[in-house]
Write a protein that binds this ligand. Structure first.
Ligand SMILES: [Fe+2]
Length: 133
């Protein structure tokens, strides 16, 4: 799996969901699981939405000052993912190429997003919830 410890934010729920996203994305390029591609893409679509909603909720209830900007990043990626998904649906015999580009797009986006934006929120969240104790 392409998830590494350096991607850990320290917020257990978020980290678990990130790991699951990486696990699912891995299936897309696993030739022994080629029959699961379509199902995996559908799962990813709903799991990404759930994950974003959970993160946004966590930011909201913690009064995270950058919640709106963070949400915008999620909205943009949801749009990109939908476009790629639609491209896959209509790719005909080029489906494999599209799957590979979905795999690298999702991994690339996730890594950048986690390293910068999710970690920034995690720092805020952990400091805030530590202070409350
Ligand atoms: Fe996020």
């Amino acid at each position: 799996m392409l998830w590494t410890k350096s991607l850990e934010t320290g917020v257990a729920k978020i980290d678990e969901q990130h790991k699951e996203l990486f696990r699912q994305v891995d299936i897309l390029v696993d030739r022994s699981q080629a029959d699961r591609i379509e199902k995996t893409l559908e799962f990813l679509k709903s799991y990404v939405a759930k994950h974003f909603a959970d993160e946004e909720y966590l930011q909201k209830i913690n009064n995270y000052p950058k919640a709106e900007a963070h949400k915008k990043l999620h909205v943009d990626f949801t749009k990109t993912f939908k476009e790629l998904y639609d491209k896959y649906k209509t790719a005909g015999d080029r489906k494999l190429t599209v799957v590979l580009s979905i795999n690298s797009a999702v991994i690339g986006w996730l890594k950048d997003h986690i390293m910068v934006h999710d970690k920034e929120f995690a720092t805020y969240y952990l400091a805030k919830n530590q202070a409350r104790k």
